[in-house]
Design a protein around this ligand. Structure first.
Ligand code: NDP
Ligand code: 2IT
Length: 460
């Protein structure tokens, strides 16, 4: 964990005040403070240009304060008949651009700090898509690992019994994230429909294709990441063809990032889960990973039962094993703060050329700075993984029309959106003297859209 204080000084007195105020108001929320520090410090030249205006509107005070945080008890019964209780959350951070939109995460590490960092990131990500969606996030400290289907269903039903009071297709539209996929969305949707007694398809996204889901939503985050990487590499006279790639994680984002990278001629040699990674020097066979993860919910280690020539490296120490493998392109697609400064140093030493954040905030702020200083391109999560939520917005659009687009239609729109996001991040970076620092460029491009909408809507 890094950065519990915001010990940073910018040229804007207003910005410094807000950084200090945010640290003082949220003392036990290191991930939230890390995300705020990363975004706000990169906005320095924009704030300097509009300092008096933003100060008069209390714009940065409002951008860093959630509109609403809902926290609730989730009681449920396990298969042995034992009563259990988890904590549920929904953070409705900023609704200026549209209904709150963002995933639900079920993982034992979930707490208010993690929910707020994810919802804060989501504001800028959703703004970058250009679509009418505000920023939100939710979830629970429930651990789905080892739970039966019936336990998952009972938990989802209890979670939704409370959450339904606070969401709606024009209010707040949750989707999946870590630990929440098509199975969970199905149980959540069923309970919502039963309690509300109406078929409000647009209240959740990531639904099954047989009841209102969009083609290509499952693939969208991973594919979108690779479309963004394609544009970023192209702008710097590189491409994916023949590049060696390592991917952390083997969940939804990781699997479809691997699939699209392979179609562009990249060689993915490693994937991981929270225990360790598999290294297949001949290239990962994705069908095996899909069978292990999408069907059997097994550990990545079992890849070796299918490919005995592959190696398994267990995690131990400060650096996840996957980051010790030499590669040109690094795609962290697991969780936050996966790449710390030590891991970044190893990756740079091993010749990394580009990092694409499929996960939310997978690199610490120090790791990002180190990459940029060493001429490693960084595709920031809030831009590069925006394809998932953008396609969720396309799912909402199809639900409103009571119609479906083909896979190709959705995929083409996704490609266009990701290309657009890259171009906007690139232009904003150039405009403010950030060169090919797309981390700053994405923050500025997203912030400008939010700031404009908040200004138009008055002091709310
Ligand atoms: P999944 O639950 O499908 O997969 C998560 C993967 O990350 C698993 O391989 C998991 O391993 C690994 N992982 C999770 N937590 C940890 C941890 N604490 N340490 C190490 N490994 C971990 O989730 P997604 O693929 O949907 O999400 C991955 C990332 O992408 C998250 O950061 C999410 O916020 C982000 N994201 C997701 C989007 C989506 O549409 N799904 C959209 C945009 C971003 P294990 O099985 O061992 O836990
Ligand atoms: O982090 C994210 O953007 C997601 N988990 C997807 C959110 C969504 O609403 O599709």
């Amino acid at each position: 964990m890094s950065n519990c204080t915001l010990d940073v000084s910018t040229k804007s007195a207003y910005l410094n005040d807000i950084l200090n105020l945010t640290a003082a108001k949220n003392p036990n929320e290191p991930e939230f403070l890390q995300a705020v520090k990363e975004v706000l410090t990169s906005l320095e030249p924009v704030v300097l240009k509009h300092e008096n205006e933003y100060k008069a509107l209390a714009l940065l005070e409002r951008v860093t304060e959630p509109e609403r945080i809902i926290s609730f008890r989730v009681p449920w019964i396990d298969d042995k008949g034992q009563a259990r209780v988890n904590r549920g959350f929904r953070v409705q951070f900023n609704g200026a651009l549209g209904p709150y939109k963002g995933g639900l995460r079920f993982h034992p590490t979930v707490n208010q700090s993690i929910m707020k960092f994810l919802a804060f990131e989501q504001i800028f990500k959703n703004a970058l898509t250009g679509l009418p969606i505000g920023g939100g996030k939710g979830g629970s400290d429930f651990d789905p690992k080892g739970k039966s289907d019936n336990e998952i269903m009972r938990f989802c039903q209890s979670f939704m019994t409370e959450l339904q009071k606070h969401i709606g297709q024009d209010v707040d539209v949750p989707a999946g994230d870590i630990g929440v996929g098509a199975r969970e969305i199905g149980y959540l949707f069923g309970q919502y429909r039963r309690i509300k007694n109406n078929y409000e398809a647009g209240v959740l996204t990531g639904k099954g294709l047989d009841y209102g889901g969009s083609l290509a939503r499952k693939e969208a985050t991973g594919y979108g990441l690779i479309y963004f990487m394609r544009e970023m590499l192209k702008a710097n006279n590189m491409d994916l063809n023949g590049k060696t790639v390592i991917i952390s994680g083997s969940g939804n984002v990781a699997i479809y990032a691997c699939e699209k990278a392979q179609t562009y001629g990249a060689k993915v040699v490693a994937m991981s889960d929270s225990n360790g990674c598999v290294y297949d020097k001949d290239g990962i066979k994705l069908d095996i990973v899909k069978e292990l993860k999408e069907e059997k919910r097994a550990r990545i280690k079992e890849y070796l039962n299918y490919v005995p020539t592959a190696e398994y490296k267990e995690n131990n120490g400060d650096i996840p094993a996957v980051y010790t493998i030499k590669a040109d392109v690094i795609l962290p697609c697991a969780t936050q703060n996966d790449i710390n400064l030590s891991a970044a140093k190893v990756l740079v030493e091993n010749g990394a050329k580009a990092v694409g954040e499929g996960a939310n905030m997978p690199c610490t702020n120090e790791a990002v700075e180190y990459f940029l200083k060493n001429n490693v391109l960084v595709a920031p999560g809030k831009a590069a993984n925006a394809g998932g939520v953008a396609t969720s917005a396309l799912e909402m659009c199809q639900n409103s029309m009571r119609y479906f687009w083909s896979f190709d239609e959705v995929d083409k729109k996704l490609d266009g959106i990701m290309t657009n996001i890259f171009n906007n991040a690139r232009k904003a970076a150039e405009e403010y003297g950030y060169g090919n620092n797309y981390v700053a460029g994405a923050n500025i491009a997203g912030f400008r859209r939010i700031a404009k909408a908040m200004k138009s809507q008055g002091l709310i």
